[in-house]
Design a protein around this ligand. Sequence first.
Ligand code: GLU
Length: 609
Amino acid sequence: MCGIVGAVAQRDVAEILVEGLRRLEYRGYDSAGVAIVDTDSSLTRIRRLGKVQELADAVNEAKVVGGTGIAHTRWATHGEPSEINAHPHMSGDITVVHNGIIENHDELRELLKSRGYEFESQTDTEVIAHMVEWELRSASTLVEAVQKTAKQLEGAYGTVVMDRKDPSRIVVARSGSPIVIGFGVGENFLASDQLALLNVTRRFMFLEEGDVAEITRREVSVFDANGESVKREIKETEVSHDAGDKGEYRHYMLKEIHEQPVALQRTLEGRLANGQVVSSAFGDNAHQLLSQVKHVQIIACGTSYHAGLVARYWLEEWAGVSCNVEIASEFRYRKSHVFENSLLVTISQSGETADTLAALRLAKEMGYVASLTICNVPGSSLVRESDMAYMMKAGAEIGVASTKAFTVQLAGLLMLAGAIGHHNGMAVEKEAKLVSALQSLPAKLEQTLAMAESIEALAEDFADKHHSLFLGRGEQSAIAMEGALKLKEISYIHAEAYAAGELKHGPLALIDAEMPVIVVAPNNELLEKLKSNVEEVRARGGLMYVFADDKASFESDETMKVLNVPHCDEFIAPIVYTLPLQLLSYYVALIKGTDVDQPRNLAKSVTVE
Ligand code: GLU
């Protein structure tokens, strides 16, 4: 699920590999390792628990030489984080790194033990090393041994194999976990994400599901799942942003929060014209496909799921179509029924989220009109496998807790409501209003970021709390959920969100002075209802923090702190109100001293089920 980097070159590659791992650090990991072979077949393997810097120091000290190597950051799924469980894993001359999970590892482990193999680690990965070692005894090439191994593996994996006896090549296999090959001059590279290689190349080939590829200094040969030799396109990357730099900011998360006006500007560029959403924002064929849509099924996980929940209100109200939103891991294992003329929408920052991808593949068999993905990574699996794609253009997001990707997803989804509404009887003036609200976003977000200082002061109140409650109504109930998730993710404070109307059906029992209540209160038709909910909390001695429109006439007093959010159009209020909640979680985490960019136990791109 974390990082893989590899290189076949004439020069020493230790530094390239370690730098590649550094660029993938943002994904979260628990240990790191590298194995490098020199032309005389001498192999050095170094692994360290903890940060890539520990590995870098050890590699420097050992002065590792060699032009062929593989490296890995591990996010443990099988076996505790430890040096012994860190990758690369070895079997005889075979060295392996792997992202993902081998589901039938128990069975294979028994089989391999019966063949006399001894296991050093508790990982599922080690079975791959022994399997390849075994298959290579009868196969004529390493590719053949990996192909034979791949046929016996169940689960999701991206795996990379090196044979000490033949340092001229590396073999990779992709099944459920991305692998990209980077082309250099007289040297070639591979990684689980192109970001890892942006300092050595800009030319990439994305492997497809089931592909096995052999990489030498001068050549890359790809074989599909049936073992047929295939050509895959080599593309110059569009990723312009070099993610390696935090600039003036202390954390990537803070940088990404502040990047939102620019990210929104970029995502809107060329996509709004003459009071309308330009339907080609969703792909060349979108105009015709969107005109048929009468129902939308949204599938996503985590923060992207919250974006979907907001979009449901928009699609039903503005586009006049019904909408369901579901968590991908539930959708994929549930018997669902497809409404007539239904559009499937997946949302994922990385485009590699395992459950969302599996849900898309399943849904393709079910008779949807078309599939659309809202995604930030060009060339990712969701983009390649969907009929239409809205490319977010948010720039690389490094902080594990998603911020700018969320608000950009929301903008894309609001445009989708406009584009579907256009075909579905949305009044021309309404569409024009939606478009001008979208256009006002960059400036409005800039204005909202000016709240940072007052939110920083407010954060002091939270740092010693163990629980908190977030309330909102309508689409803001989903923003409350996203606010609670952010606080949980990076400050480890237990946070729950409720649609405010649900308060008296249970959570009111929790209210006391130790349970801060955060209320998201824009000036909309639900404001009066929300005010009653606020009174319910006040009557029970709760302490409230209200993010309110400056026209909503909330007054601060001893039980309630009011923070005014710049007045904005109701279309974009969910996007605007997200920012103060992101800032709140950031400043609380800062006081608590947690690892803001790489919160414990979490990973950025969730490519395992
Ligand atoms: N399942 C493997 C392990 O636990 C790989 C985890 C990863 O993707 O980093 O070692």
